[in-house]
Ligand binder design. Sequence first.
Ligand SMILES: Nc1ncnc2c1ncn2[C@@H]1O[C@H](COP(=O)(O)OP(=O)(O)O)[C@@H](O)[C@H]1O
Ligand SMILES: CC(=O)OP(=O)(O)O
Ligand SMILES: [Mg+2]
Length: 405
Amino acid sequence: MNILVINAGSSSLKYQVFDMTTESVLARGKVERIGMETAMLTHEPTGRPELREVSEILDHTSAIRRVLRILIDPKEGVLRSIEEVHAAGHRVVHGGEAFSGSVKVDDKVKEEIKRLFDLAPLHNPGALTGILAVEANLPDIPQVVVFDTAFHQTMPPVAFRYPIPNVFYRKHGVRRYGFHGTSHQYVSDRAAELIGKPLEQMKMITCHIGNGGSVTAILDGKSFDTSMGMTPLEGLMMGTRSGDIDPAIVPFAMDKEDLSLNEVNSMLNKHSGLFAVSGGMGDMREIIEAAGEGDRNAKLAFDMYEYRLRKYIGAYAAAMNGIDTLVFTAGVGENSAYLRKAVCDKLTFLGIQLDDSANEARSRDDRRISSPDSRVEVWVIPTNEELMIARDTFREASKALTPQA
Ligand SMILES: Nc1ncnc2c1ncn2[C@@H]1O[C@H](COP(=O)(O)OP(=O)(O)O)[C@@H](O)[C@H]1O
Ligand SMILES: CC(=O)OP(=O)(O)O
Ligand SMILES: [Mg+2]
């Protein structure tokens, strides 16, 4: 079975095609700047050179059509015909309390994803658009959705409830949901496998730090607490998101600057974080480079980002009464030895000892970066949300193809 995995953002769409007989990737790529005349498609057929193409792609339906066209292109393609796409799997960020696992798409599922737009305004609309775009182009294949929130549905009320009047939870579902669950689940399973211990017997903290970022405490093999909340805004300082702030700042800012609800939401989601503190840089690579050249705002942005991450690790070690494994993943976590060192060198009280040369080694593989005498094993594990999505899609789509008696 060949599976098309889609991770649709508001203005971009990433894809991978898996052959599930061997779990191998046939091609991967992305369409960026959807909605503009200068949209860019980058297509990488496995083992062959990458192709880049700039053209006008005005919406997600056209983006998917373009992707399907390149997948069957006689020269650049990896499939003979479009009928060779047997199922599609989508990353959906918010599944609310309705979904604790992946499901096949039907009208009710689409309705529920739409109902949750308010809770993940940067993410859920793009995901639904992706689902509808596949439907428009390939109406007969099964589609499966995999939720970022699903893995965190095991959190106990002590971690997921907010100390505000109950009516908000009962009536509006105001609680912590947590995100990046597919990634936290993948890297925690992988770390347990590599260390050779059952995950159920470990006290693990996983740091998914990319453009968005979250930290998860994994106890008894399950998500016990996580830093993102009702929406992907809470927790760590991120590229353009504030993370934790005093909630009183919201009405205060609205009053003093005469901001509307939409404006204050946009301020916290798109104009805060690294971007705000550094004065315009939302990308960690740029921040580190500028800080190295003496830019004080960039240095402050880095220090705040690192400090806030380290505080969460400390808090979750306290939440679990200990920690034996710390995992870094996603864009910053996988690539920035500098950030990892800054964090770990101030966590020696937990028994963390970094192996500096292992930390700095250039590698794209899973690797241990703590020294042999470290009481906590520290690992870098590149995440693979797409493989997880392909596996769940394969499972759910196979069920759909062989009706249960
Ligand atoms: N070598 C590096 N050093 C520091 N940060 C890096 C490095 N490579 C990538 N990043 C950062 O990773 C982030 C993107 O992470 P990624 O997981 O791809 O994001 P997302 O999937 O949320 O869009 C960016 O802030 C980028 O600067
Ligand atoms: C949930 C979330 O924040 O996702 P991303 O990091 O991809 O923006
Ligand atoms: Mg990501």
